[in-house]
Design a protein around this ligand. Structure first.
Ligand code: NAD
Length: 464
């Protein structure tokens, strides 16, 4: 079994203080410093591409193409947009000034927050650490990075390469699990950006509250798919299968379960069966395109979720390989374990519903999901789902893809999190937009000052 990479706990407070001192000294302020760090981050990913792909395969059995797209190209794409817009996204924005302030100009002046702690999970361990890190750097912050100990090979690789490529004065990496993160959370920050499950999200927010530190929480939850009676079932099956079995279901916005109009259930299942064969062959175990479960502990949890339902597709597993087949369940009891917790693995329950209203109520009666998917050709049905449900984000007639548009901030709502990022929002989240009123001194009418007279009051009544 792989050992967990750890940073010596006694060093952690000093590391945080060190980057804080650099921030105070102004190291991270110049736009050129930020540009260089972002360019170096891209260089790190491209010059060590094979090592990253190997580490991702080691931790998660990630297929090369999948790893390249989701954990490398996605990150470099985000960073390139930040480099391109670095001046623009950090420039003061002029806003109008009211009459009472005249003569005056008003600005919103973006400034860095200070020291940002970024805590990442294991499922997209490069992307979920480096995209927020790049945003924080682009906004001029110092950063403390905490990769997940569960994706241990990626954690070790990042901890080795980051100091080689990025300025150690303002970017530091701390490795480890609960003990190290607890020590990290004991330090003071200006923002904490956490991605992971809601239980730890509460731990993070409680620790942040002690210092009134703002938090962004990128959490998970059960993201539903609604397949309306009007849906194109062939396309739905393909897009559901792609989103569900990407990274073997270990994706925060993976379809968690499907609510299908009862008239389409059999057709959907048979389409899913043939799509799985198209994607991964008759024996997905031998497929080069199918990932593995991250750890024996997560494997056991998923195996336990298979109890009590009918396996319509898949269901087989190989413990020593941490393999669980693409699996579809039917006859699922809504009160069973698989319908209570986020599945976060390759198991897809399918629940028939009588009409759209039932599907909408099913979703609306549960915590707000991170993502919601609806497949329908009927525009009214789409509008109804959008109006009567709440979710972090939505793709209509697709899965996952809304997060690929950098103009759509990505994040949760309620139980699935708070705050959003990607694109401009990914820099904005690490800025304070400081309101500045610049007044001129040429005119300084005495009406604004005491003593207050009846005449002044009459005038104020007219102009205010
Ligand atoms: P994880 O176990 O790697 O934990 C995330 C981070 O929290 C790690 O760095 C870990 O060291 C730290 N941590 C764990 N226990 C802690 C504790 N007691 N105190 C302090 N820190 C602690 O990952 P995970 O939580 O299993 O990740 C899966 C979850 O994350 C799922 O719910 C998934 O939906 C969600 N997720 C959300 C997004 C998103 O963008 N919204 C992305 C990926 C995953």
């Amino acid at each position: 079994m792989q050992t967990i990479p750890q940073t010596e706990i006694s060093l952690i407070a000093g590391r945080v203080q060190f980057v804080r001192d650099s921030f105070r000294a102004g190291l991270t302020r110049p736009i050129e410093w930020r540009r260089t760090q972002l360019q170096r981050m891209i260089a790190m990913l491209t010059e060590h591409e094979q090592e990253f792909l190997d580490a991702l395969r080691h931790d998660l059995g990630k297929p090369t193409t999948e790893a390249f797209i989701t954990d490398l190209a996605f990150v470099t794409g985000e960073i390139r947009a930040m480099i391109k817009n670095l001046q623009k996204w950090n420039r003061p924005v002029r806003v109008a000034s009211p009459l009472v302030t005249m003569p005056a100009k008003s600005r919103l002046m973006p400034e860095p927050l200070g020291v940002v702690l970024i805590i990442a999970p294991w499922n997209y361990p490069v992307q979920l650490l480096l995209v927020p890190a790049a945003g924080a750097i682009a906004a001029g912050n110092a950063v403390v990075l905490k990769p997940s100990e569960i994706s241990a090979s990626v954690s070790a690789l990042l901890a080795r390469l980051i100091p080689q490529y990025l300025d150690q004065g303002a970017v530091t990496t701390v490795e480890g699990g609960v003990a190290e993160t607890t020590e990290l959370l004991d330090q003071q920050y200006d923002h904490i950006f956490y991605t992971g499950n809601g239980v730890v999200g509460r731990v993070v927010m409680t620790a942040a509250a002690k210092n009134l530190t703002p938090v962004t929480l990128e959490l998970g939850g059960k993201s539903p798919v609604i397949v309306d009676a009007s849906a194109n079932v062939g396309v739905a099956a393909r897009r559901i299968a792609w989103g569900k079995w990407l990274n073997a279901g270990q994706t925060c916005v993976a379809p968690d379960y499907v609510l299908v109009h009862e008239s389409l259930q059999d057709k959907l299942i048979s389409e899913l069966k043939s799509v799985i064969t198209d994607f991964y062959g008759v024996e997905p175990h031998h497929s080069e395109s199918y990932a593995r479960i991250v750890s024996p502990h997560h494997f056991d949890r998923l195996k336990a979720l298979l109890q009590g339902s009918t396996v319509a597709i898949g269901g087989d597993s190989i413990a020593q390989d941490r393999y669980i087949a693409p699996t579809v369940l039917t006859k699922v009891d809504p009160s069973s374990e698989v319908m209570q917790e986020e599945i976060f693995g390759p198991i897809l329950p399918i629940i028939p519903i009588a009409d759209l209203n039932e599907a909408i109520n099913f979703v609306a009666n549960r915590p707000h999901p991170l993502a919601l998917y609806v497949f329908a050709e009927n525009k009214k049905a789409i509008a109804e789902v959008l109006e009567r449900t709440t979710a972090g984000g939505v793709t209509v007639n697709g899965t996952i893809m809304h997060l690929t548009n950098p103009r759509l901030p990505f994040g949760g709502v309620g139980e699935s999190g708070m705050g959003g990022y990607h694109g401009k929002a990914g820099v904005r989240v690490f800025q304070h937009l400081k309101p500045v009123l610049l007044r001129g001194t040429m005119i300084d009418p005495s009406i604004a000052y005491p003593p207050f007279t009846e005449r002044k009051l009459r005038l104020f009544r007219k102009v205010l």
